[in-house]
Design a protein around this ligand. Structure first.
Ligand code: MEV
Length: 309
């Protein structure tokens, strides 16, 4: 049966990097930024098309160096115990790649869901999560698992590595604005770099991680009480600690400060840092959002997004 499925992106609110060290982190889905996969029966060999990436690949299970999309499709077929289908699998995504917005997890989830639909299967959530984690592990080393959890459940959550996520009910009437720094920085390099610094001064870094964990708890309480101004201030503090961890850059600091100066309640990097994206929390007023987006544009930001909650 021809099948179409999608999955959302995600953004951290608080706790990236520290989450790798067992500290709680908070993340939210980006319902308007989605990856999509479509499986259509055709006569002929199985192909994967990704028009956004100018890709048209014939799936060869014996390729010694397969494209990540081929690996993902073959892994999903293996999971469902299905041979190569006579089908075209078309993948597209509105989530920028390599910016810490969960694009890899969302593409895996969309492919998994679309192939399940093609075979008329309804896999359990735990299977989907395990699949996303398996693929993320190939491409990111030892991911904390937070991307997969948010993308798969499409819910805001508090995440502690190795534990079941706790879902959060978000208040409404606020926005998250996202600026692309224009710099892609591979997650595993940022995580490994921090690990090296940590190993040289574990006590110092443990203190910073603990402080970030405390911020995550405070953000959660502030969200429960709809205290968005406080959330904004806590995000600013999280950014200061991320800077101390050594994962911020002058460009990230500049874009975060630009957003605050233009009226954001708070701003910080989201994801691995070193580039990637900067997020800004606002009270959701369209004129205010426009002002911040325009200020970013004036600083050379070429791509930005606005997500309303
Ligand atoms: C990367 O998007 C987020 C990190 O916390 C790594 C992870 O959670 O796996 C840096």
């Amino acid at each position: 049966m021809d099948s179409l499925a999608s999955a959302c992106g995600k953004s951290f609110l608080c706790g990236e990097h520290a989450v790798v060290y067992g500290v709680p982190a908070l993340a939210v889905p980006l319902p308007d930024l989605r990856a999509e996969a479509q499986v259509k029966s055709i006569i002929g060999p199985c192909r994967i098309m990704a028009p956004d990436l100018d890709l048209d690949l014939q799936v060869n299970p014996h390729d010694p160096d397969p494209h990540p999309l081929v690996t993902t499709v073959l892994s999903a077929l293996g999971h469902f115990e299905q041979p190569l289908p006579d089908a075209t699998i078309t993948v597209s995504s509105q989530i920028p790649i390599g910016r810490g917005l969960g694009s890899g997890s969302a593409i895996s989830a969309a492919i998994f869901r679309a192939l399940a639909g093609f075979y008329g299967l309804e896999p359990a959530k735990a299977e989907e999560l395990a699949f996303i984690h398996q693929i993320d592990t190939i491409y990111h080393g030892r991911p904390s698992g937070i991307d997969g959890a948010v993308v798969s459940h499409e819910r805001a959550l508090r995440f502690v590595r190795g534990e079941k996520p706790v879902f959060l009910d978000l208040p409404t009437g606020w926005s998250l604005l996202i600026a692309d720094s224009g710099i892609s920085s591979p997650t595993h390099l940022m995580v490994n770099g921090l690990r090296e610094r940590y190993d040289q001064a574990p006590h110092r870094y443990d203190l910073l991680m603990t402080a970030i964990g405390a911020l995550s708890r405070q953000v959660e309480i502030a969200l429960k009480t709809d205290a968005m101004r406080i959330v904004g201030r806590l995000l600013n503090r999280n950014q200061a600690l991320l800077n101390e961890l050594g994962v911020s850059t002058p460009r990230i600091e500049e874009l975060a400060q630009t957003a605050r100066d233009a009226g954001a309640l708070g701003a910080k990097l989201s994801g691995a840092g070193g580039g990637g994206v900067v997020i800004a929390l606002t009270q959701g007023q369209p004129e205010q959002n426009q002002e911040i987006l325009a200020a970013w544009q004036a600083k050379g930001v070429e791509r930005s997004w606005s997500v309303d909650y």
